[in-house]
Design a protein around this ligand. Sequence first.
Ligand code: ZN
Length: 187
Amino acid sequence: MALSKLEQLYRQVIVDHYQHPHHHGLPNASANVQTVIVNPSCGDELTMEWALDGETITAVYFDGIGCSISQASASMVTDLFRGKTITEAKALAESFSDMVQGKIEKDEALGEAQVLAGVRNFPARIKCATLAFKAIEQLEKGKYRPAEDSIKLAEESKKTAEESIKPTEESKKTAEESIKGKIAKNK
Ligand code: ZN
């Protein structure tokens, strides 16, 4: 089945976001809260960091693993939610959910994210497409942690990684000594 020109264009936008995600990479020093959301049915995981000024989302950043739809959608969310209030973002998330379920055709307010409307034909991918949008519910319900924690965690995991190099050197010594021991025994 050949794709129409429009479908090809939509697919290209999704691939571009997947390959060159916007506001990607954590931790981000300007963010003040962090949310983590998963879609177990596909294995998608998104960590999102939010710079909030009162009710206004001044910036969103993300990192994660998962399918191209979940990652492209997250990239689009970081553009779409920027400058919106939590209430406005929640309304966009609801509109997006309606669109991918086929309850509404499109919503211009969703901007580029409208290219994901086609997932309504692939019910298994709807959760992938809505994952990043659902994170706004976590913000609304206060299910987040301070972003400084993630910076601390990142630093700690770096330290742990550095420390894990040392035991390797020690175990190398032990291995060398045990070889020496064996050689000595054989003599
Ligand atoms: Zn997925």
